[in-house]
Design a protein around this ligand. Structure first.
Ligand SMILES: Cc1cc2nc3c(=O)[nH]c(=O)nc-3n(C[C@H](O)[C@H](O)[C@H](O)COP(=O)(O)OP(=O)(O)OC[C@H]3O[C@@H](n4cnc5c(N)ncnc54)[C@H](O)[C@@H]3O)c2cc1C
Length: 414
């Protein structure tokens, strides 16, 4: 039994490690010619970190990431709306990591190479299609190569070829009208060097978090994202979604200047960033099924979601672990059906919730009611309402520690 994995991204590589752990042979086919450290910051939540820890990767994560201590929601003037402890500080047995996507990717790639051997990772392999019989599936590549296995997993990202083949009538990418600019730069540590901050509203929002040690003990590689509403979601994005498309400073600066946070000079941070990227906030409608015979989908190929609530990479990791467990001891078609039944409804709920703003809706609600700031937060919103939004998301996305208590704006166990 050999599992063919199309796409050596976060999800595909986690699947390879998880199958190997169970003694199930697999091969990863990656379109890129070489692995480069691409992207900027992402967050990985405790439920996904627990799975990577089970693969023995906690020390490697600690070597290149930041254990996030706290998440703060603020308005654009820096007034606090909601604060919650994260990871081990919230009572989880494992941390939440803020990490450079390229560091996470390289770490997983190296682990696969070390554990499975070079032959398990085939680069320059752009999958173009597949064919299957009752007993096997054959993947077809752009250079004419083919590979045959017992299952084919489409972990080929947001522009998945396998998804398009399975669902030719899929409605395509949906842009919600928000453009994101993303960058990371070495910067003086703020608030202890392990705090994530989300400020503003859904029209203009800043997401800030350190993702690695800096060049000096008092600096951190600091990730920033500025989200700006540019459309109402009824049109296509101005430029095609490409994780590596450079952004333009002149376009971004007017938005940056609207943020006034007491602990960081956002404009100076952005100006100091040598290169940054633009990316439209896109997802796709949840699918009615992922599995057809010996073929299924995983990660962004299955359920691309808006990057609110820090769930994209985490859910890809959870997919991979679930699929590997089901493939261990169950015949392939049945295992893929069971995986689809287990993971599809859960991820569809997150896609849908993220369209409503996810937990970040706390800043939307407050800014809507108090656009010029507030004197007393409790005059704007009840603590119970804030707790219901932020805590409800954690429960739905599977990373709540304990039931939410509405006892205070500083919750500790979520
Ligand atoms: C270059 C890059 C940069 C990114 N940067 C960020 C970021 O800064 N912030 C963020 O939140 N998310 C980023 N992402 C997306 C993020 O990695 C995913 O949302 C999440 O981790 C889910 O992982 P995934 O494995 O499903 O998809 P991905 O991590 O996107 O991996 C998909 C993989 O499939 C490969 N692939 C695509 N088509 C084919 C094909 N036809 N045949 C074979 N291989 C194929 C891709 O090259 C890629 O390696 C980035 C993705 C990429 C590819």
């Amino acid at each position: 039994m050999t599992i063919l994995i199309a796409g050596g991204g976060i999800g595909g590589l986690t699947l390879a490690l998880s199958l190997h752990e169970r003694g199930i042979p697999c091969t990863v086919f990656e379109a890129a010619q070489e692995v480069r450290s691409l992207g900027v910051g992402i967050n990985t939540l405790p439920h996904a970190i627990r799975e990577l820890a089970a693969l023995g990767l906690l020390p490697a994560l600690d070597a290149c990431a930041i254990r996030t201590r706290e998440l703060r929601y603020l308005n654009r003037f820096g007034q606090g709306i909601w604060t919650e402890a994260r990871g081990t500080h919230a009572g989880h047995d494992v941390p939440q990591f803020s990490i450079h996507r390229g560091h996470l990717h390289t770490m997983l790639w190296d682990a696969v190479r070390k554990r499975l051997g070079d032959a398990a990772l085939i680069t320059g392999a752009l999958l173009t299609g597949f064919s299957q019989t009752i007993d096997s599936v054959t993947a077809h590549f752009a250079d004419g190569r083919t590979a045959t296995g017992t299952a084919l997993v489409g972990a080929d990202g947001i522009h998945s070829v396998i998804r398009r083949t399975l669902h030719p009538d899929d409605g395509g990418l949906r842009w919600n009208g928000i453009q994101m600019w993303r960058g990371a730069v070495d910067w003086p540590a703020y608030e202890g060097g392990d705090v994530m901050a989300i400020a503003g509203d859904m029209a203009e929002k800043l997401v800030l978090y350190p993702i690695a040690a800096g060049t000096r003990p008092d600096t951190r590689l600091t990730n920033w994202v500025i989200c700006v509403r540019q459309g109402d979601g009824s049109s296509a994005p101005p430029r095609r979604e490409d994780w590596s498309r450079p952004g333009r400073l002149a376009e971004l600066l007017p938005h940056v200047r609207r943020f006034r946070l007491p602990f960081i000079d956002v404009e100076a941070l952005v100006r100091a960033t040598p290169e940054f990227f633009e990316y439209p906030m896109c997802d796709r409608d949840p699918l009615p099924w992922w599995t057809l015979g010996r073929v299924t989908l995983l990660g962004d190929a299955a359920h691309p979601m808006y990057p609110v609530g820090s769930n994209g990479a985490s859910q890809a990791i959870l997919d991979a672990r679930c699929l590997a467990a089901l493939l261990d001891g169950t015949a392939v078609p049945d295992a893929l059906v069971a995986y689809d039944a287990e993971r599809r409804p859960k991820t569809a709920a997150i896609v849908t919730s993220n369209r409503m703003g996810g937990p970040e809706r706390v800043v939307d609600v407050v800014s809507e009611r108090a656009p010029d700031g507030f004197t007393r937060l409790e005059d704007v919103i009840a603590r119970e309402e804030l707790a219901a939004i932020a805590g409800g998301y954690a429960a739905m996305a599977g990373f709540a520690v304990t039931p939410v208590s509405a006892s205070g704006a500083t919750a500790t166990a979520r």
